[in-house]
Design a binder for this molecule. Sequence first.
Ligand code: NAD
Ligand code: LMR
Length: 327
Amino acid sequence: MSVSTSPVRVTVTGAAGNIAYSLLWRIAAGDVFGHDTPVSLRLLEIPVAATAAEGVAMELLDSAFPLVKEITVTDQATEAFDGANAAFLVGAKPRGKGMERADLLAENGKIFGPQGAAINDHAADDIRVLVVGNPANTNALIAANAAKDVPAERFHGMMRLDHNRALSQLAGKLGCDTTDIENMVVWGNHSASQFPDLSYVTVGGESIEGKYEQSWYTDEFIPRVAKRGAEIIEVRGKSSAASAASAAIDHMHDWVQGSRGWATGAVPSDGSYGIDEGLVCGVPTVWKDGGYEIVLGLELNDFQKQRLEATVKELRDERAAVAHLLG
Ligand code: NAD
Ligand code: LMR
């Protein structure tokens, strides 16, 4: 196939890490920007892992992807984000067994201010940033805050993995395909307080009311989805990587190419649903024309309001804990 357009510049941080080892290959294969859109890949690492990132670049080269026009490895954020159209901010420490993601805030939070500033000063005007490094919502807030000239709506946290987990758990319960499910949302923080909400879900266009027990919903489904990251760490011995990369691909794909109905996006709140304006919070979103819209006007019952308030409170607490990084 011949390739016509000029390359999309894509920056991936944490390029020598576990997630990047899946993510880069999917980007290179055209799964985000399209199978006829060439890409220029910028791999950012810290100096100690720069050689390993060179090895990743060598393997990418050896894969002979027709769409990959250039691969750059650097430990300089200014170079990595120069002219970037899309950035996956993956580089950050993962949690281990027994930790919560918020325990990473002190160490990881300080990565995202300088990277936000470098994006502000060097990225292309149409930059789209997806923060994967945990705690993703608050790290996205920090990065956005450091990029005063870039609209905050260009900085998202990754909650698509939670969304995909919710789809799979529900599909298993109802015996349907994940693609039959519509109007799923995971509200709030990418943490154990998140609220995977079945209130609006339809399967094959029909309500699923009465198709599951309330006890399954509150005692199995919600905690299973919310604590799936910890379950993966327990069973696999390491934090999720391929599924995280896949979710990152889904998020950026939909941002660029549009979504099939609702998808959960951790985006800056516009103040709707009682979520403090500016908090990067999981909400129902629809993606089209290269952007997104928050699904507005949904009725929330007392149970939903209570769950949403609990997870928003945690986001507020995280924001307060990094106030010194918000400038
Ligand atoms: P990893 O340890 O395998 O790789 C992280 C890489 O980031 C390392 O190579 C490290 O050298 C690099 N790095 C650290 N600081 C950096 C910086 N300032 N600039 C550039 N690179 C830097 O970890 P991983 O498994 O790839 O996970 C990465 C992050 O993603 C973790 O914080 C993890 O918790 C998070 N995560 C988020 C989700 C989500 O759904 N939001 C899902 C899975 C993992
Ligand atoms: C996940 O949800 O799998 C990631 O956020 C990794 C983790 O720490 O749980």
